[in-house]
Design a protein around this ligand. Structure first.
Ligand SMILES: Nc1ncnc2c1ncn2[C@@H]1O[C@H](COP(=O)(O)OP(=O)(O)OP(=O)(O)O)[C@@H](O)[C@H]1O
Length: 327
């Protein structure tokens, strides 16, 4: 991507007493792209976002947002960005519509613009029906959506999202992902912190893995997964009787073939899609019936384990990493 940077972190450090919460972090986010900051609790993600959004002054280093220096030009930075934090900042005793009107007034936006934008945002976030109810009657997902609508009122070109879907049910989470994808399609730059590997995988063009204040890896989701180990071809047979013949066929293409008799599954190391296609052709010619054939890449959870020696989250679903094709 060649677009000018929307966000830059330049050797950012934040020290709390003896705790170096952010330790020399640098990165560049091209305009119109999505950066995922991935890391466990306490890794320093929120502190990084607080510095970049001018809520906290760096101990050393600096950054730029929309070309403005976060230390020397905080007002210009704020004009060009929106922030949705971990705790929803909506006013509980105001209705959804009133929350938007209040923020519009605080930003000094014209009444006409706020009226139009309010209807558009309430509709986009599926809040029109609840627009005239007090926010305290909203569910967690609705509050997050209202919070996001409020952050978007001034149409900032750059949006920081600190764990935007933490605590949401899977349905609300995927709804929010959809909205975020639409924003990116319209040109918004997103910097998103998350503990959810799938979220980073789904949304981010580039991921930075942070642990104990330091960047321990960076790359596209695919590059990170490639670092964690090789892909494998996974074949599930229709008939258990064919297992031995199928294993012999696969061994001609891959030295190490793992056989799971109970699930009629064979796994072989593979360099990538070309190996999978070759093995698919061999089975096609053999007449052995298959239930499934696919390429399994290491998951981001495997990446995390590989890098840090521990799992990022306890509930990662390994099935989500199989890119299957059913012959
Ligand atoms: N205001 C503060 N004063 C002292 N220490 C702080 C402060 N804010 C954060 N820390 C410490 O800095 C470290 C990084 O915290 P931070 O909240 O940035 O992590 P995080 O990756 O965002 O985690 P989480 O997902 O829990 O928000 C932690 O050790 C935390 O205790």
């Amino acid at each position: 991507m060649t677009a000018a940077p929307a966000v830059e972190a330049i050797e950012l450090v934040k020290q709390f007493g003896t705790n170096r919460a952010v330790d020399d972090v640098s990165f560049v986010v091209p305009a119109g792209s999505v950066l995922g900051l991935l890391g466990p609790n306490g890794a320093g993600k929120t502190t990084l976002v607080r510095m970049l959004t001018t809520l906290s002054v760096p101990t050393s280093g600096t950054g730029r947002v929309a070309g403005f220096d976060i230390v020397r030009q905080p007002t210009d930075v704020r004009r060009n960005m929106g922030l949705t934090g971990q705790a929803a900042t909506v006013d509980e005793i105001l209705t959804g519509r009133e929350n938007l009107a209040l923020i519009g007034a605080l930003y000094g936006l014209s009444k006409k613009y706020v009226r139009e934008a309010t209807e558009r945002l309430l509709s986009r976030f599926d809040l029109l029906d609840a627009a005239d109810r007090m926010a305290k009657t909203y569910s967690g997902g609705m509050r997050r959506r209202l919070d996001l609508a409020v952050s978007l009122l001034a149409a900032p070109p750059i949006l920081f999202l600190d764990e935007p879907t933490t605590g949401l049910d899977p349905h609300s989470r995927s709804g929010l992902w959809q909205v975020l994808r639409e924003l990116v399609d319209e040109g918004t730059t997103l910097v998103l912190t998350t503990q959810y590997l799938e979220e980073a995988d789904q949304l981010a063009d580039e991921i930075i893995v942070v642990d104990k204040g330091k960047v321990i890896a960076a790359g596209t989701p695919t590059q990170l997964k490639d670092q964690a180990g090789q892909a494998s071809v996974v074949v599930t047979l229709t008939h258990a009787d064919d297992l031995d013949e199928a294993a012999a066929l696969m061994r001609a293409h891959s030295p190490e073939v793992h056989v799971e008799r109970g699930s009629r599954r064979l796994t072989a190391q593979a360099g990538g899609l070309a190996d999978m296609t070759r093995i698919a052709a061999v089975f096609e010619a053999s007449g052995i019936e298959l239930d499934d054939l696919g390429l399994a890449r290491p998951s981001l959870d495997d990446v995390f384990l590989h890098l840090t020696g521990r799992r990022a989250e306890p509930t990662a679903d390994p099935d989500q990493t199989t890119e299957g094709v059913t012959p």
